[in-house]
Design a protein around this ligand. Structure first.
Ligand SMILES: Cc1cc2nc3c(=O)[nH]c(=O)nc-3n(C[C@H](O)[C@H](O)[C@H](O)COP(=O)(O)OP(=O)(O)OC[C@H]3O[C@@H](n4cnc5c(N)ncnc54)[C@H](O)[C@@H]3O)c2cc1C
Ligand code: FES
Ligand code: FES
Length: 491
């Protein structure tokens, strides 16, 4: 920590006032605080694991002169993570008897069937009202609602209500108050945060120097990115977390930088903020990132968390390993970098030393002679974890493959390159599918996948081999429909 004494209370805006809190358990969830202490019971608990959206609230954060309105799942967000933000819940939208336009539209279109999902739906649509500009389409509304489950499947009136009010929307009182809102957020205390004592704390360093010092002193602390994994340790595994270091207040840590050669993603960047940078590398990364969890998960979850969790079914790792990405780790102010695939040592085991953390990822752009494809295969299109994820980068000399990087998720205990498949691809001709067969057959030598609730081992092997065909078919330029939209159009 710096010489300045750390703040001992979190500070945020709520119901038009500045609020300071201390003395809460480090792993206190925002939803529990809202319902049990703040008496804000409009926000509901459904699944308690970030899947249903019943608990959606909006965090308004200051972004220079503007405010951003981000929907988050309060069930898996730690209370300390609202430091520096304004917390808006469903109770905040109406003014007296006057409903917010989004609420009124839901009434007018009979979009509210039960009291359980509606508050979360209202908050996601309110965030859409403010954060996607003033245009709305069926696609943008569907994307905004992908993390809100309506158990009675009454989506049609909900979507129609949203379209009626958001597309070409009038300004609301939140637009009118925005300058004051931003000024109030800027006036909140900032600097290092440390709530608790040496045995139990929620801390949020404001600089990387403070992070290094704190993590060296407490290597047993849990680093917290967006809590979209860690939150479930508390709500589902019922773990108690005594020491938490949240990375969300270190501005430099969230930065993403793009140039002609590649993109450097800060570990603290939210997945939503990384989306545009990754999309600039390849359109398949836009598709994958748009299907990553839900809007709520993407605005909270971070790039660093998705890599550091070491999950064999995380989406970023295989997609980025195929691009020859590198991960930067830092400990005690000293960085080291390694190929991303080398970071994953085994199930639940990464090449990370005590008090070392993931600092950034470097993702090179494919060169003109390289072709790239990445595919996520899951049971549901939205808000689902991959059963198999396959990514391919092929070096081409004319129509012949001269080198290949192929990586899969969901096929082994870690995200992993398919060495035998890569070797078999060398020399393959884009014009001769018979030359692809050895690479497809090699998948069985590369992987012995498991059967689990997402897919059987046999399904995984079949799909992984078929993805080789799909990648080569697309790269060859053959006029064969391979994408969902094209397949539907061809029907
Ligand atoms: C409903 C739902 C849907 C999801 N859908 C997807 C999906 O489609 N695809 C997918 O891949 N994942 C998905 N996830 C999983 C999760 O959202 C991602 O893995 C996310 O990127 C985790 O990031 P986080 O910042 O929230 O991590 P956290 O939960 O904050 O942390 C995860 C782990 O990483 C560690 N950590 C965090 N940051 C660092 C750092 N900088 N250095 C070292 N260690 C660090 C933490 O200590 C912890 O061990 C989903 C989760 C939920 C709840
Ligand atoms: S209660 Fe289901 S997402 Fe939070
Ligand atoms: S609105 Fe609640 S189940 Fe559909």
């Amino acid at each position: 920590m710096t010489d300045r004494p750390a703040r001992a209370e979190i500070s945020f805006r709520f119901r038009g006032r500045d609020v300071s809190l201390k003395g809460f358990p480090p792993d206190r969830m925002l939803l529990d605080w809202l319902r049990e202490e703040a008496g804000a019971r409009g926000t509901k608990e459904g699944c308690a694991e970030g899947d249903c959206g019943a608990c959606t609230v909006v965090l308004c954060r200051e972004r220079g002169r503007w405010a951003s309105y981000e929907p988050v799942n309060a069930c898996i967000l730690m209370l300390g993570q609202i430091d520096g933000a304004e917390l808006l819940t469903v109770e905040d939208l109406a003014q007296g008897e006057n409903l917010h336009p989004v609420q009124q539209a839901l009434v007018d279109f009979h979009g509210s069937q039960c009291g359980f999902c509606t508050p979360g739906v209202v908050m996601s649509l309110f965030a859409h009202y403010h954060d996607f500009g003033d245009a709305a389409s069926r696609e943008s509304v569907n994307a905004a609602l992908a993390g809100n489950l309506c158990r009675c499947t009454g989506y049609r009136p909900i979507v129609e209500a949203a379209l009626s009010v958001i597309d070409g929307r009038p300004s609301d009182r939140f637009d009118e108050d925005e300058p004051q809102r931003v000024a109030a957020l800027q006036a909140l205390p900032s600097g290092d945060l440390f709530v608790g004592d040496q045995t139990s704390f929620f801390a949020a360093p404001a600089t990387e120097g403070s992070l290094v010092a704190l993590y060296e002193a407490h290597p047993d602390a849990v680093l917290l990115g967006g809590a979209t994994d860690v939150g479930l340790w508390v709500t589902k595994r019922l773990q108690r977390l005594r020491k938490i270091i949240w990375l969300g207040r270190i501005a430099a840590f969230n930065m993403n930088l793009s140039d002609g050669d590649g993109v450097r993603l800060g570990a603290g960047s939210s997945l939503q903020a990384a989306l545009g940078h990754l999309a600039s590398i390849h359109s398949d990364l836009l598709v994958i990132m748009s299907r990553f969890g839900s809007w709520q998960v993407r605005v909270s979850g971070t790039v660093g968390g998705n890599i550091a969790n070491g999950s064999p079914i995380g989406d970023l790792a295989p997609a980025l390993i195929a691009l020859e990405s590198r991960v930067e780790l830092r400990k005690g102010g000293v960085s080291r970098e390694m190929p991303l695939e080398a970071f994953f040592l085994g199930y639940g085991k990464q090449d990370r030393r005590s008090s070392e953390y993931v600092r950034s990822l470097y993702v090179p752009r494919p060169r003109p002679h390289q072709a790239y494809r990445a595919y996520k295969v899951s049971k549901r299109f939205d808000e689902d974890i991959s059963a198999v994820m396959g990514a391919f980068r092929l070096d081409l000399d004319g129509r012949r493959v001269t080198a290949a990087r192929v990586a899969y998720g969901g096929m082994a205990a870690t995200p992993k390159r398919a060495a035998a498949c890569e070797a078999a691809l060398i020399g393959a001709s884009l014009d001769d599918p018979a030359t692809w067969e050895a690479a497809k057959a090699a998948i069985a030598a590369d992987f012995t996948p498991l059967s689990d609730m997402r897919a059987s081992a046999a399904y995984r092997l079949t799909v992984a081999a078929q993805l080789v065909t799909r990648a080569l078919t697309e790269i060859s330029g053959a006029a064969v429909p391979t994408r969902l939209g094209e397949l539907r159009a061809a029907e």
